[in-house]
Design a protein around this ligand. Sequence first.
Ligand SMILES: *Cc1c(COP(=O)(O)O)cnc(C)c1O
Length: 449
Amino acid sequence: MSTATTHGGPQLPQERRLVTEIPGPRSRELFARKQSAVPPGIGTTLPVFVTHAGGGVIVDADGNSLIDFGSGIAVTNVGNAAPRVVERVQKQVADFTHTCFMVAPYESYVAVCEKLNELTPGDHEKRTFLVNSGAEAVENAVKVARHATGRQAVVVFDHGYHGRTLLTMTLTAKSMPYKHGFGPFAPEVYRVPLAYPFRWPTGPDNCAEEAAAQAIDMINKQIGAENVAAVVIEPIAGEGGFIEPARGFLPKIVEFCRANGIVFIADEVQTGFARTGHMFACEDEGIVPDIITTAKGIAGGLPLAAVTGRADLLDHVHSGGLGGTYGGNPLACEAALGVLETIEQDKLVDRARHIGEVMLPRLRAIQERNPIIGDVRGRGAMIAVELVVPGTKEPYPAAEIARRCHEQGLLALTAGTYGNVLRFLPPLVIPDHLLEEGLAILEKALNVE
Ligand SMILES: *Cc1c(COP(=O)(O)O)cnc(C)c1O
């Protein structure tokens, strides 16, 4: 099937164009092959097979052009095949592809680390090292915190998501699908309440105070603060349903950590790199984490993740104690440098804010007309609606609405502990007319009666 251009990237026609039903015949053929070659454990949100993507669209094997409200799960913040990423990666792949940074180093790795030390919150002395995935970054942050404190316990929160490895699925809250049948889990992991305003039993007003008090009481009484190496938290819970902890909650947790020698780890794997209208979501309440983990948006789709933190913590680990064969692969490092240049030069932090300013009022207006939306929330280009059975807080399944969006050529993702959240993560370079068109499709899809 030929498309209008031979490459992806922002020059792809920025339009929704459906030429077959979704998924079309070619995608269905490929999906049948997938089902006999790939185990069902690897799920598929939208079974269209991609040939090109860029700007705000994804083009499939049948020639359909879909509006992208997913960014490959908050990864292609700069858009797919972003020009500065493409150029740098193409040059690098022809120069050399791998030496292993721990064997024979190269400059781009160091340049990415310097940039992250500079861009992450806080002007204290920092160090960064690179790994391959968000889960690997979180695991390594916990390793560093345990090494530096000599303590073992790790505290995580309700609705948290931190990955799928043995340790990080243990840190993750939700059983199905992430943990079910995969135990036994890692020891010394403790879960405490998150300030979830929409579902806080006494209402949103006292949520921050009460949730922080409960969390701190549990740490003191059930674990003992002096046994806790680290607290790990997402500044906005991603997979858990784009839950912004009630304002004041995060600062209280940070204050408690500081007072008790506990390493505060902000997992910004999903919220990082301009997504929320800040470079990092912690900036919103002036939080300065001891360690910050990043991945997803870092390298425009190439596998890369980072652990950035206080020099005294990261320098504590002995030589050779950290690393991995591929961590900070030269292609991924060049991609990351291209991403950081693009965010800066194309002012994508402002662009993310603009997306929020377009989406939030539109979604609130839809909420007034349609009580299936229980809550509208989010920051920048990380926006969600929580669906309820009208007149109640009973969860309404988001997958059904997402499917209706998909049929109309809008890629929307779901999330949430109760599976009732539609989340929107458009590439920050999406043009406004596609944003508007996507919202119009969504409004229709939400009319279930
Ligand atoms: C996606 C995600 C992870 C895991 O990242 P992977 O690259 O999939 O291993 C960890 N933490 C958060 C907050 C995430 O959103």
